[in-house]
Design a binder for this molecule. Sequence first.
Ligand SMILES: [Zn+2]
Length: 189
Amino acid sequence: MSNDTQINEGWSIGRYVAVILVALILGAAIGSMELFAKTSVFSGKLTAAHLVRFLGYGTALAAFWLLGQHSTIALQQRGGRWSFVQNLILPAVTLIVVSAAYSVALLILKPMLDTALLNIYNWIFIVAILACAAWVVMAVLGQSASLTEVFTSAAKRFGASGKNKACAACGADNEPTAKFCKQCGKGLD
Ligand SMILES: [Zn+2]
């Protein structure tokens, strides 16, 4: 991969982060203005402040999810030892987004929902959050082989017992835990 694409990549990730921050700050700042807080929409309990917060936080969540997707693609293109993380990002990001979306959508839905509807709304999110959690677990299980590989190779590299044993008789390189040479069968100390 050329330097140009890496710079572009970093720049567009920075752009997502900027969108997330600006949307959060604007949503919170404008949403707390008295003008918005005391002006109701459709002459109900819903105020302009609710609407602005919904738009701000909703935009931030959407940008966060797109950032997750973008990072996944970027990691896929790059490859390498940590590429297994790519399959864990999207499930984890989706779990966070769905969990946060519960409160964000409730900003504008709460005035319209009675107890029964609110209960249905809650259940929809409970099912969605559990599904995302299951997706995370499946992604971790699917990647556990690569995870184990990374950890054992790291342990081998840093551990004291991590040196491969060279056979005194034939010079073959043997696993640190090997008792006998895989080449000639002589005992290793
Ligand atoms: Zn040997």
